[in-house]
Design a protein around this ligand. Structure first.
Ligand code: AMP
Ligand code: TRP
Length: 341
């Protein structure tokens, strides 16, 4: 069976972008057709200024939202990254294969580093090396496919490059992965700034639909979405990004096609109204399930504990093989030592 791995960072409340761009695909398709792992990548949440209690809270919440979105622990492995040491262990080896130039070329690094500096903060070294840890997440599991939104394509490309380079230098150790992107809603845009991604850690609350927003809040945010000047409803990502975003969200929620849907609407108002209702309907079952899971925190903890155990078993052989291949002396087991004595 195909091995699939993907992750979500507990840096903010999960958004409609996370759901349409990634989680829905994981729950609806990937877990059924593949041997899939989904990870709350908490180590990645430490790459920018963070509040420890908030990271813990968001990690728990992300886990219950993944389950609420339909991930089934009978079908896939759901776990927290820091519970499995293999990720950090492998990351160091990959740092010895990656170059600093490669890291500095990463678009997300460049954007985030500028933002951190503008806020008067310093840039953590881990922000620069983050894509290497992400590559370790992926390569530790012999991953073939990485279902992500469009913003992560460059990082998955790096994981490919590192796998190929490691294999060439030290012998075949890693499967070479590839990104799989959704056909619609690979990049859901901020409703207030339709030229930037709807990202969960951004400050522009009114432009972001959170998965736990009440229906009234969702309606308000969608109805107030920035649209473009003009009156006709056409699908044009370049020239009419606000409108295109709404059409894509509606298409993703209803299973339609954004270009075809543009022909159905004569006014922005009716498009917004239908989009708002479609989003409310998509979120309704997820919110109901989330409420049930919150009433049973022991269940979520159990899922994460078992998930980490399974993940550890899966990752260890590959990471051990990488340690041997790169030239590190394997530790001698205790039983052998006592036999020699
Ligand atoms: P993150 O929020 O960065 O942890 O992302 C978790 C997953 O959601 C990744 O696969 C992202 O590519 C995807 N994702 C995040 N924001 C969006 C968005 N606005 N549109 C589409 N996919 C997204
Ligand atoms: N970097 C990803 C993001 O910001 C999250 C992530 C970390 C990830 N490790 C991963 C995604 C491994 C896929 C596979 O969205």
């Amino acid at each position: 069976m195909t091995r699939v791995f993907s992750g979500v960072k507990p840096t903010g409340h999960l958004t409609l972008g996370n759901y349409l761009g990634a989680m829905r695909q994981w729950a609806g398709v990937d877990q059924h057709r593949a041997d899939a792992l989904f990870c709350i990548v908490d180590l990645h949440a430490l790459t920018v200024a963070h509040d420890p209690a908030r990271v813990r809270r968001l990690s728990r919440q992300s886990a219950s939202l993944l389950l609420a979105a339909g991930l089934d622990p009978e079908l896939c492995t759901v776990f927290v990254q820091s519970h499995v040491d293999e990720h950090a262990r492998l990351s160091y080896l990959l740092e010895c294969v990656a170059t600093d130039g490669e890291m500095r070329r990463m678009i997300q690094y460049k954007e985030k580093a500028v933002r951190e500096r503008e806020r008067g903060g310093s840039v953590r070294l881990s922000l620069l090396t983050y894509p290497v840890l992400m590559a370790a997440d992926i390569l530790a599991y012999g991953t073939e496919e990485v279902p992500v939104g469009d913003d992560q394509a460059q990082h998955v490309e790096l994981a490919r490059d590192l796998a190929v380079r490691f294999n060439q230098r030290y012998g075949h150790t890693f499967v070479v992965p590839r990104a799989t992107l959704p056909t619609v809603a690979a990049r859901v845009m901020n409703l207030q700034e339709p030229t930037s991604k709807m990202g969960k850690s951004d400050d522009t609350g009114p432009g972001i639909v959170y998965l736990l927003d009440e229906p009234e809040v969702v309606r308000k945010k969608v109805m107030r979405a920035v649209t473009d000047s003009g009156r006709d409803v056409v699908y044009d990502r370049q020239e009419r990004p606000g409108l295109a975003n709404l059409l894509e969200i509606l298409a993703a929620c209803t299973g339609g096609n954004p270009a075809a849907l543009s022909g159905v609407y004569e006014s922005y108002g009716s498009l917004k109204k239908d989009t708002a209702e479609a989003v409310v309907e998509v979120l309704r079952p997820l919110q109901k399930k989330h409420k049930e899971l919150c009433a049973d925190p022991g269940y979520v903890e159990g899922v994460l504990r078992e998930g980490a155990e399974r993940a550890r078993e899966m990752a260890r052989p590959t990471v051990d093989a990488a340690y041997r291949a790169i030239g590190l002396l394997p530790p001698v087991p205790e039983t052998v030592v006592s036999a020699v004595r």
